[in-house]
Design a protein around this ligand. Structure first.
Ligand code: MLT
Length: 266
């Protein structure tokens, strides 16, 4: 593990492998250990840069917890600068997908390709915003371990829930270790994020959209529609996986990524 940053923020990250840079962006309320299976399986194909977003895992947060999706994206560009990496394929999981889209919008010259996993392009509906406000109140009243218990069943698919108790426990602990201020800050950041729906048609980098077939947080049909709206995007649905498909079925996810990387090299 290393820490590096330039400009406003210092991030903890892993850096393994050689060749084309693949930048992994975790979701909420997670940290970079959600990508362990990718670090282990993809570093023979690419240079895997796996950071903790500001305030999560080993990366310090700010006192106010005042994150924005664009701010997370800018932190990642500072990390790429510090590592002298001009361009990367950006792979974002759920909230990490929002960050990946922001990175593309703000720093298009730094993005070689996009991998959008278990994520969506649209901004929140009024109902989703109300759910976030309730989640924030829940964290403030009950604390993070209670949030981790509550979220676990939604995060993994029914197959993982029934057959992989050790994986579920690892995920529960990952969520339970997240700092409350960062967890709430990220919810507030997601509340006001940009709506990318209308801009999907103008995405000009190669894109892979991957969804766990049992995703209970973002409907697979919505993810499929996002893929259909991005010119030339590839679509892969992973059976037996839920909202954290890369973590639940790393071999299937890594296979999809490897095939995608091959198309970039042609
Ligand atoms: C995530 O998994 O990163 C979040 O659930 C995404 C969201 O709340 O929109």
């Amino acid at each position: 593990m290393s820490t590096k940053g330039r400009g406003s923020w210092t991030l903890s990250y892993d850096d393994a492998g050689n060749g084309r840079a693949l930048l992994f962006v975790h979701g909420w309320p997670l940290d970079r250990t959600i990508w362990l299976g990718q670090l282990g399986g993809l570093a023979i194909h690419a240079r895997c840069i796996v950071p903790d977003l500001r305030g999560f895992g080993g990366s310090p947060g700010d006192d106010a917890g005042s994150a924005t999706i664009d701010g997370y994206a800018d932190d990642l560009v500072h990390l790429l600068d510090a590592l002298a990496i001009p361009r990367a394929v950006v792979c974002g999981l759920s909230m990490g997908g929002y960050v990946a889209l922001s990175l593309l919008g703000r720093h298009p010259s730094r993005v070689d390709g996009l991998i959008l996993a278990d994520t969506r392009a649209g901004a929140d509906s009024a109902e989703q915003r109300a759910t976030r406000e309730r989640l924030i109140a829940f964290v403030q009243a009950q604390g993070i371990p209670a949030l981790a218990d509550q979220q676990l069943d939604k995060m993994v698919g029914s197959t993982t829930r029934a057959s992989r108790p050790e994986l579920c426990e690892m995920l529960r602990r990952m969520m339970a270790g997240a700092p409350p201020r960062s967890v709430v800050g990220a919810q507030r950041a997601m509340l006001v994020r940009r709506d990318w729906s209308a801009a999907l048609a103008s995405i000009a980098v190669p894109t892979l959209v991957v969804a766990g077939a049992e995703d209970a947080i973002i409907p697979v049909a919505e993810q499929r529609a996002m893929a259909d709206a991005i010119p030339g995007a590839q679509w892969v649905e992973i059976p037996g996986a839920g909202h954290v498909a890369p973590f639940e079925r790393p071999a299937a996810f890594n296979h999809a990524v490897t095939e995608f990387l091959l198309t970039l090299n042609r």
